[in-house]
Write a protein that binds this ligand. Sequence first.
Ligand code: KIV
Length: 295
Amino acid sequence: MDSPASSKCMIISTLNAVCGILLPAAHGRLLAYDYSSGRLVDEAGIDIVLVGDSLAMTMLGYENTLSVTLDEMLHHVKAVRRGVKHALLIADMPYGSYHVSADDAVRNAARYVKEGGAEAVKVEGGEKRADLIRRIIDAEIPVAGHIGLTPQSVNMMGGYRVQGKDLTAIEHLMRDAVALDRAGVACIYLEGIPREVAAMITTEVKTPTIGIGAGPDCDGQVLVFHDILNLTFQQPAKFVRRYGDAAAEITHAVQSYRADVLSHQYPSDAESYHLPKETKAALDPMLERKHAMRR
Ligand code: KIV
């Protein structure tokens, strides 16, 4: 039997044709938050780059995602846009930017497109966001959905807990997924749900699913740049796989530089600029005379 990912290929290519968005199945998605990380991720062949509101913590040191503003997000979206030439760029709508009114939401989403150069926006929530999502799509802006453990709802959820663990919660999640599918989202991020539920959703909806802490049966996967590189200063969640230790690399590099400066090993002559020969020839006798007078 086909896996959910491979059976979604045909639908995904239909989506390509309709939206002009490249969304191949089972490829990597990653988050990036500035020019250099955006560029590295893009050049490594990642096909969707999400500027996620988790930058509130990873880049700005906030406690959670609730504090980050649209203007702060926009600043990062613009930087990532300058680094990303090939991948699809999705910008995350922060808390408060789509909760007041649909007009507000469309205006804010349009800023991401107009000022930030994003190709799509992401909105958290399922059934209750469906009409709002239709309004944004009506404004010619593709929308990515996001259900399951939605961090902007942390206070309503009573903490960051895996969602969809009992039958009622599973039914709720299925309704959310179907509502997003019908609203016409470009993809659905599934965060922090049991793999069995993610597999059911992936089979049920025609929209590609992208998992983060949702098991291997989603159509694609996304991870936070800082998580895979050990740049978060905290214990990683169960689903995070570390592919590098940038914290150790950075610490080692900075400590080595400091030690080299203190011991006068840096900079060397080879790392210095030199006067042109003629200037040096004219300057040397002048310095000689100066030294002689001091003696
Ligand atoms: O900001 C974030 O980290 C997200 C995840 C779904 C990837 O939105």
